[in-house]
Design a protein around this ligand. Structure first.
Ligand code: AMP
Length: 283
C-alpha cells in the first residue's frame, strides 16, 4: 500500500495506472475508519483493480462552531485498516495542499437539495463537500466512487453534481452499516459517553417503529412525524433537529405515503449531532 500526501504525486500515480488500463475505484473519507467505511472499501475492491481511499478532514464543509478541530483522527490506525483491506493507495493531503493560501474557488449545487434538511441546518456544508469532491475527482479520476446511504442527502447532491458537470465517475451508494442496537456506525459516535450511546439507539428505533406503523396501514406523514417525535423526546439527552417524510428522489415532503418514501432525521444527543434515514417501499 502506498501513502501519498501530495497532489502531484497522486496524479502521476493515477496517470501510470490509467496507462496500464486499470479500473480505478475511489472511497472518499474523513478518516477514523469504521465498518461503514470498510464496507465501501470492500465493494470497491470487488469492482476495481486499483482502490484509492482519501483521508481528509475537510475544513470547508464544517460550519463555524462545528466540530472541525475536535473531529476524531487516527491516521496510524486508518493505515492499518486500509492495509488489511488491500487498499492500494491512501491519499491524505494536508489542508494547505488542498487549500493553499489565497484559495478562492468553490463548487455549489444550487436549489432544493442543498437548502433543505442538512443544507438548512448546516449552511455551506454541501458547498464544502462538493468543492472538495470536485478536487478529489480531478486528482484521482476514478471510474467508480463509493458513498454511504447514511449520508443520504449528500449522495443525492454528489450525484447531481456529477451529472450537471458531466464528470467521469460513476457513483455507487451502499447501505448503512449499523451497530447491534441499530445505531448507524459513525466516526461521531466516538463522542458519545455511555449514557448518550445508549440513548443514541433511539434514532434507528424510531425509524423502525415508524416503518412498523406504515406496515400496519398508517399513511399520514404528519402522524408518523409526531409518532417519532414522541419516541425520541422520551430520551432526556435527545434534541430533535428535524424529522421529515420525503420523496427519496427529490427530498420533497410528501402529503400522503404511497409507493416509496424516505424517513430522515437529525437528532442531537447531548452535544453530538447524529443523522439517519430509512427508505420504505409500500406495496
Ligand atoms: P465520512 O468519513 O463520515 O465523511 O464518510 C465517508 C463515507 O462513508 C461517506 O460516503 C459516508 O456516507 C460513508 N459512511 C459513513 N458511515 C457509514 C455507515 N454507517 N454505513 C455506510 N457508509 C457509511
Amino acid at each position: 500500500m502506498i501513502f501519498i500526501k501530495k497532489i502531484k504525486e497522486m496524479k502521476s500515480y493515477i496517470k501510470e495506472k490509467k496507462r496500464e488500463g486499470k479500473i480505478i475505484g475511489f472511497v472518499p473519507t474523513m478518516g477514523y475508519l469504521h465498518p461503514g467505511h470498510l464496507s465501501l472499501i470492500k465493494k470497491a475492491k470487488e469492482d476495481c483493480e486499483v482502490v484509492v481511499v482519501s483521508i481528509f478532514v475537510n475544513p470547508t464543509q464544517f460550519g463555524r462552531g462545528e466540530d472541525y478541530e475536535h473531529y476524531p483522527r487516527n491516521l496510524e490506525r486508518d493505515k492499518k485498516l486500509c492495509q488489511e483491506e488491500g487498499v492500494d493507495v491512501i491519499f491524505a493531503p494536508e489542508v494547505k495542499e488542498m487549500y493553499p493560501q489565497g484559495y478562492s474557488t468553490f463548487v455549489e449545487v444550487e436549489g432544493m437539495f442543498s437548502s433543505i434538511l442538512e443544507g438548512a441546518s448546516r449552511p455551506g456544508h454541501f458547498r464544502g463537500v462538493t468543492t472538495v469532491l470536485t478536487k478529489l475527482f480531478h486528482i484521482i479520476s476514478p471510474d467508480y466512487s463509493y458513498f454511504g446511504e447514511k449520508d443520504y442527502q449528500q449522495a443525492l447532491v454528489v450525484k447531481k453534481m456529477v451529472k450537471d458537470l458531466s464528470l467521469n465517475t460513476q457513483i455507487f451508494v451502499l447501505p448503512t452499516v449499523r451497530e447491534e442496537d441499530g445505531l448507524a456506525v459513525s466516526s461521531r459516535n466516538f463522542y458519545l459517553n455511555k449514557e448518550e450511546r445508549k440513548e443514541a439507539a433511539i434514532l434507528h428505533k424510531s425509524l423502525i417503529s415508524a416503518k412498523e406503523e406504515v406496515r400496519k396501514g398508517e399513511r399520514d406523514p404528519r402522524y408518523l412525524i409526531s409518532f417519532m417525535k414522541n419516541l425520541i423526546e422520551k430520551e432526556p439527552l435527545a434534541e430533535i433537529d428535524y424529522i421529515a417524510v420525503v420523496n427519496p428522489e427529490t427530498l420533497e415532503e410528501v402529503k400522503k405515503i404511497n409507493k416509496k418514501v424516505l424517513l430522515i432525521l437529525a437528532v442531537n444527543i447531548g452535544k453530538t449531532r447524529l443523522i439517519d434515514n430509512i427508505k420504505l417501499k409500500i406495496r
